[in-house]
Design a binder for this molecule. Structure first.
Ligand code: FNR
Length: 183
């Protein structure tokens, strides 16, 4: 059985982040051959093109994790109708120097949780735009616009009954998408 390593980028540094918890919860819906590792992005420097020739260890670490992964999973809140700066900063760091992006050719899932009714729809659309430029293929359907409300999680930190079927289907499609791209 092949093993698929997935690098997870969560767009929130908040200790009790819904998105970090949600990422862990949907990971439980994947088959055992999928292993998820959350990449740390909170310790990256603010991207500065002057540093391209001399990237620091935290940037090298992130790039190595992305390169080693068979797929990416972006789980992000929406900040002011876009993605949080911390996630954009991580993407900028890992995409450079020019010609040495860690991202090219990786398949990705994009999903997110917000307290607002549109469930990160606009952030996800912005993220898809960025990823298209970076030659990252994203799962188009189903879209997962998740609102953080009572019952989203069960008592064990899994997905609650109300969204479990939808998210099980979402994960099934994501798994198939990664496998297809991995060849
Ligand atoms: C938000 N929030 C938010 N929600 C939304 O649906 N659309 C938005 O544009 C914004 N904008 C926004 C900006 C900033 C700076 C903050 C701090 C928050 C609310 C957001 O959905 C909520 O704080 C989530 O709990 C953030 O996700 P985590 O940190 O729980 O993963």
């Amino acid at each position: 059985m092949s093993q698929y390593n997935i690098a997870v980028l969560v767009g929130s540094l908040r200790r009790d982040s819904f998105n970090a918890k949600f990422a862990k919860a949907i990971e439980k819906l994947a088959p055992a051959e999928f292993t998820f590792k959350h990449s740390q992005i909170g310790d990256l420097p603010l991207y500065n093109q002057d540093d391209d020739a001399n990237q620091v260890e935290s940037v090298k670490r992130l790039k190595a994790e992305i390169k080693a992964a068979q797929g990416l999973l972006f789980v992000t809140p929406e900040y002011n109708r876009s993605i949080p700066g911390v996630l954009k900063n991580a993407i900028d760091n890992a995409s450079r120097p020019y010609g040495q992006s860690a991202f090219a050719g990786k398949p990705a899932g994009v999903i997110g949780v917000s307290v607002g009714a549109i469930g990160t729809a606009l952030a996800q659309q912005h993220l898809r735009n960025i990823l298209a430029y970076l030659d990252v293929a994203t799962l188009g359907q189903p879209e997962g616009f998740i609102q953080a409300k009572e019952g989203l999680f069960d008592a064990d930190g899994g997905i609650g009954a109300g969204r479990r079927q939808f998210l099980t289907d979402w994960m099934g499609r994501y798994v198939a998408f990664v496998k297809k791209h991995a060849g």
